[in-house]
Design a protein around this ligand. Structure first.
Ligand code: GLY
Length: 371
């Protein structure tokens, strides 16, 4: 751990300017001064959602105001439906009204939806204005807030319109995790398990040893959990920011089936969290890995057991929607040259991007999770 007054700091080494991810309690109070060190502009726009804004909006605005920023805040509806071009258009109007010029930062305050949307708008307004992520969910802390992927959804699929755009810094105030719903908290653990499966067998064992504490929401586990995830993500992003070598694509483990499940579940009255869909998607990906002769049955079951012990779904109630799931998977942007590419696990701690995935392996994966 590299510390700064008890805080953990991980640097993401991306061009043109590496940036820090700051992790620790009480960090929202430092938002204003830290942003003031980055930019001289007089104005800023904060983007949040209806869950997070009422809880932490005032704290963020007070810190920014004390640092001399003239702040406006836009509060959008919570949920994945907000990650749309319509919401982006609403934010462009707010940016125009707030007279946000090229030197003025956009600050996201929330989870992955708000971060992805605000980042996309920051990347495109005036061809790019400074951007800062204040992450408030486990899912965003361990994955979405780090690495510069910004996007909105399109009718043809999730995250279809976007840009790689790195923030000036990421601020993870771990105090904000205390107000997460149990469901949102657990959903965030899916991406942490994913990082362990693809990259770090010792971290997988760390999860197994602490799963009762993690499930019981022992928040004292979180700084280490977040730091270890951010380190894995930062290392991968530094080597393959634009997902050109196949390394960063490993972070999509569980996401091909997971995104399809998430889209299909969004149609019902109980939309799934991203992490819940990724959890079931990882179980499918393990089954496909076993069918492909890569992963042992024993390790596949160990991964499924950890997912289940974390209180996450290992199946999805979508047996009636199998053809739709397949269509959604084929529309996924991870399709290359008309062929589905899957991230398959070789063993716990190592995964490979695979372009040759036989239909019967995919069927085996869907058999396992669609119930
Ligand atoms: N969440 C996957 C990535 O950032 O590449």
């Amino acid at each position: 751990m590299s510390g700064d007054g008890g805080r953990r700091i991980v640097r993401v080494e991306t061009p043109p300017k590496p940036y820090p991810v700051l992790i620790g309690p009480g960090l929202l109070e430092e938002l204003g001064p830290r942003l003031r060190e980055e930019v001289r502009a007089p104005r800023t726009l904060v983007v949040t959602d209806a869950n997070v804004g009422p809880l932490y909006g005032e704290r963020a605005l007070a810190s920014l105001g004390a640092a001399g920023f003239d702040c406006s805040m836009v509060t959008l509806p919570a949920g994945d439906a907000t990650k749309s071009l319509d919401s982006a258009a609403r934010l462009y109007d707010a940016l125009a009204e707030a007279r946000i010029d090229r030197a003025s930062p956009v600050v996201s305050l929330g989870g992955g939806v708000v971060g992805d949307l605000a980042g996309f708008v920051a990347a495109t307004w005036l061809r790019g204005v400074p951007f800062v992520q204040c992450s408030t969910t486990v899912e965003a802390d361990v994955d979405a807030a780090v690495g510069g992927k910004t996007a909105v959804n399109h009718a043809s699929g999730k995250n279809m319109i976007g840009a790689f755009y790195q923030p000036r810094f990421v601020l993870i105030d771990t105090d904000t995790l205390s107000t997460l719903s149990a469901r949102d908290y657990l959903a965030g653990l899916a991406e942490s398990i994913k990082h362990a499966v693809i990259r770090d067998a010792a971290f997988f064992e760390w999860h197994e040893a602490r799963i009762a504490d993690l499930r019981a929401r022992r928040l004292d586990c979180m700084p280490e959990l977040i730091e270890r995830n951010v380190r894995i993500k930062a290392e991968i992003v530094a080597m393959d920011e634009r997902e050109t070598t196949g390394l960063r694509a490993l972070l999509n483990f569980g996401h091909t089936v997971g995104h399809a499940i998430e889209s299909a579940m969004a149609r019902g009255g109980d939309p799934w969290r991203h992490g819940e869909a990724v959890a079931a998607g990882m179980v499918a990906a393990c089954e496909i890995s076993v069918a492909a002769g890569r992963l042992s049955r024993v390790e596949a079951e160990r991964i499924a057991a950890l997912v289940e012990a974390a209180g996450l779904p290992v199946t999805a109630p979508l047996s009636h929607a199998r053809s739709r799931i397949l269509a959604l998977m084929n529309a996924d942007k991870k399709v290359a040259a008309g062929r589905l590419r899957f991230v398959l696990a070789d063993r716990i701690g190592q995964a490979t991007l695979c372009g040759e995935v036989r239909p019967e392996w995919i069927e085996a994966g869907l058999d396992r999770v669609l119930r």
